[in-house]
Design a protein around this ligand. Sequence first.
Ligand code: OTN
Length: 501
Amino acid sequence: MRSISLFLFCLLLAACGPKTARTVRVDVNDSAEDILSKAVSTVPTPLQLHALDGGFAAFVHFGPNTFTGVEWGSGTEDPSVFELQTPDTDQWCRIFRDAGMKRVILTAKHHDGFVLWPSRYTRHGVVSSPYPGDIVKELAASCHKYGLEFGFYLSPADLYQMEAPDGLYGNGSTATLRTIPRPVEGRPFANSAQFQFEVDDYNEYFLNQLFELLTEYGPISEVWFDGAHPKRKGGQLYNYLAWKELIHALAPDAVVFGKEDLRWCGNEAGETRESEWNVIPYSEDPAGMNMFDDLTDADLGSRKRLLAQEKPFWLHYQPAETDVSIRDGWFWRNDDEQAVRSADNVFDIWERSIGGNSILLLNVPPNREGRISPRDSSVLAEVGRRIRDTYSVDLLTGARSVIRRQDRRISAIEYTLPLPVRFNRLLLEEDLSKGERVESFALDAWADGWQEVACGTNVGHRRILRFPEQSALRLRVRILSSRADPHLSRISAFLDSRAAD
Ligand code: OTN
């Protein structure tokens, strides 16, 4: 009888623990301790955690720019420039899969307004080009075939809809009640869902295209909204709250980049923060926000930053996505002068982003044949080998561990190995259901006494610490500062045999 009551007590205790949520309000009277406790209670949704777990994704910039050699089209391109013949999206996906990528995001419509699928709502796309196919459908099928998730980039900026005489972007139309999707003669939808929104012409157009992509190319794992604007016109505003309602209804397993789910890391150079906190302060509740500013500061979520916020404010879990191109530019231009990053460089970005509490979205632009070029594919193959060779064998397997506590908090975890190991990587993960807790830590190796080898700041979803090769029988992770009792879900050691010391 006693054990049952103890079990029930523990259940009750767990149920009475701090409530966790994706967004937590900080009230005017909250103390510094309250704020840190609420920060720890701010945790990812299952979809955000899935995106972090997937980690490494492929971005695919493909369209008229591939054939014109510019980075930003004008919107006045003749669709005949898209002289695509026999694209091989299976080849793309084999290369992405072998590199260790888990998701592919295609520019279904870039800023130039040219659409890569036979949309009902514009002829400015593949239907008017020499290519008779549907790139979005072909890539979605290849992703499914090779076990990759599929997402699409749909540019809010649309130069064709700005420049065309009957363009809808910034045309001064008023918001009236519109039914989405707008029926088109001879092009019925298999999905009978209907929505009503009070929107202007361009937002109706955008919602109709979202409906096509979300219902005919799924399952969709990520919708990507670029915040870039080559031009503006007519004070056009975006009704993201309507877009969001459609996405949540039609693609419940999709995260949205550029809005409350995933945020831009703040640069396109593959640079990463020393401390990437994903618990971000906002002055209003992100759930009701229509526009999200670019967050580019070096410190977005440190204890100092959070405690300096004017109360009330909201704490919001919002992972960073590091988008960077393998090439000099987002689109393929040529295979002689256009630079391609080395495998060392890509692997370095991978370790700093995936190992820095972020998601890595690496752009790999197909060439004019609709294939990934040899230089890019060989870099990606080497990166895949390097990841597997370095991170497949956890050198702490079989180690005996001891947890040390101080003031009722974990202060150190010590490992004793059966035989000395050579290692130059330490990988830590926090149990994010308990929040982001560790603020700084150190790694010690035993050599006639504990010698500090390296140190780091926050951990979050994953932290990879890199240091000169060590050989030791014993190692220790010391927690130097934390917002609450740490809940590390993983501590592993690895050896990158190709690393330069
Ligand atoms: O000129 N730009 O628009 C630009 C230059 C350098 C880096 C970024 C941008 S735009 C920026 O792109 C991000 C994705 O890489 C996000 O979409 C941001 O919202 C957008 O402002």
